[in-house]
Ligand binder design. Structure first.
Ligand SMILES: [Zn+2]
Length: 321
């Protein structure tokens, strides 16, 4: 049997130790080279290219006279921690294949829980930018579609006689949401959030390209897909895989990564942040065969080309306008 990719030496190209041994200049160079490919700073305000080097890490635009830094106008704008901490956070984040808990990250970096929580969410937001406007499938492509419910846990009462049937919609709470995924075989993974599976049909129609062959399970929510796509169905009560590659195991693989992240690391991923966790899992799924050094570089690239956070404009949500 061949060796699993993550166990091979090729998968390890950047260690946390190597990050911690970098000097400040090299850390700055790393961010600078990824933000501005030729290394020359460009004003984020007016895109002026004539720029004065001020004290370390800061620049002044000759045209609009504004000062800026390597992270101005990016998701790390107005950062308070040293750049090395961000690099270490990204390395730690990339190495955890099912997600990193904010509590553990706060211990690793010796920062407050809130700081680690916001930092991790900014990384998720940057990763999500990789999926923006993305479409999957196409002629001769197979796309697996499936949904899984997250959040809205209703705790059973202590005494049996007080318990309700939690399968009934009337006994569920409104925090329950479904993550629907469209995953192209040998291609990309695209998740979205809905209150119910059936509501995802417009999303599937617009983000899965015409001519794709769809795979879905027997849930009635998918019946209307037959009007637009060629669809094969798999009845999971009978089998997980049928001849001619009829299965949704790729979509299930995505859900198992997200579910394990929820159970093992985050514990609560419901509510307004569920989409971000789903997008993070999709990114991880699509980069699972990429070595960790390249993953870190790709995340820095996304962070350096993402606008200041829409989810977190201050250090904590309360600052949100
Ligand atoms: Zn300027």
């Amino acid at each position: 049997m061949s060796q699993h990719f993550l166990l091979s030496a090729k998968a390890r190209s950047l260690s946390l130790g190597a990050v911690m041994r970098m000097d400040d200049g090299l850390v700055e160079q790393t961010f600078r080279a990824i933000r501005w490919p030729d290394g020359k700073p460009v004003c984020p305000g007016c895109e002026g290219e004539k720029v004065y080097d001020c004290v370390r890490n800061r620049f002044r635009c000759a045209a609009c006279r504004k000062d800026f830094s390597i992270t101005s106008g990016t998701i790390f704008a107005s950062h308070k921690l040293p750049l090395r901490t961000y690099l270490a956070a990204i390395a730690i984040f990339a190495n955890e294949v099912k997600g990193k808990s904010a509590l553990a990250l706060s211990r690793d970096l010796d920062v407050q829980y809130k700081t680690a929580f916001v930092l991790a969410h900014k990384l998720r937001e940057a990763m999500a930018n990789d999926l923006k406007g993305m479409r999957v499938g196409g002629i001769d492509k197979v796309v697996e579609v499936d949904g899984a419910y997250f959040g809205g846990y209703v705790k059973p009462t202590n005494h049996k006689e007080n318990r309700q049937d939690r399968r009934k919609a009337s006994n569920q709470n409104d925090k329950r949401q479904v993550v629907v995924v469209a995953r192209e075989r040998k291609g990309k993974t695209l998740p979205a959030i809905f209150a119910a599976e059936k509501q995802s049909l417009p999303f599937i129609s617009s983000r899965v390209m015409k001519g794709s062959h769809l795979m879905a399970d027997e849930a009635p929510s998918w019946n209307d897909l037959h009007g637009r796509f060629d669809v094969s169905r798999i009845d999971h009560t009978k089998a997980y895989s049928m001849p001619e590659m009829v299965h949704t195991n790729g979509a299930e693989g995505f859900f198992s990564r997200l579910r394990r992240g929820e159970m093992g690391h985050h514990h609560h991923i419901s509510g307004p942040y569920l989409l971000r966790y789903a997008q993070e899992s999709a990114w991880r799924e699509d980069h699972r065969r990429v070595d960790n050094g390249s993953q870190v570089k790709a995340i820095i690239d996304l962070a350096m080309h993402s606008k200041p956070s829409v989810d977190f404009s201050g250090y904590w949500q309360r600052n949100r306008k």
